[in-house]
Design a protein around this ligand. Structure first.
Ligand SMILES: [Zn+2]
Length: 59
């Protein structure tokens, strides 16, 4: 993680003030660097529509 990524990263997380935690809103594809989509069914997973990379989400 670079220092320049700090501002960008803050847009990818959603702060929950009640619990004091940051939740991941979007994830960047490790293969092509594009924002991935979160699919909740049949199982939570991140999917990249550009290169079809899929990763199991831990919610
Ligand atoms: Zn990708």
């Amino acid at each position: 993680m670079s220092r320049e990524g700090k501002a960008f990263r803050s847009r990818l997380y959603e702060i929950d003030p009640r619990r004091g935690v940051a939740r991941l809103k979007n994830r960047v594809c490790p293969k092509c660097g594009r924002v991935m989509a979160l699919h909740r069914s049949p199982a939570p997973r991140w999917h990249c529509g550009y290169c079809s990379y899929t990763e199991v989400a831990r919610l």
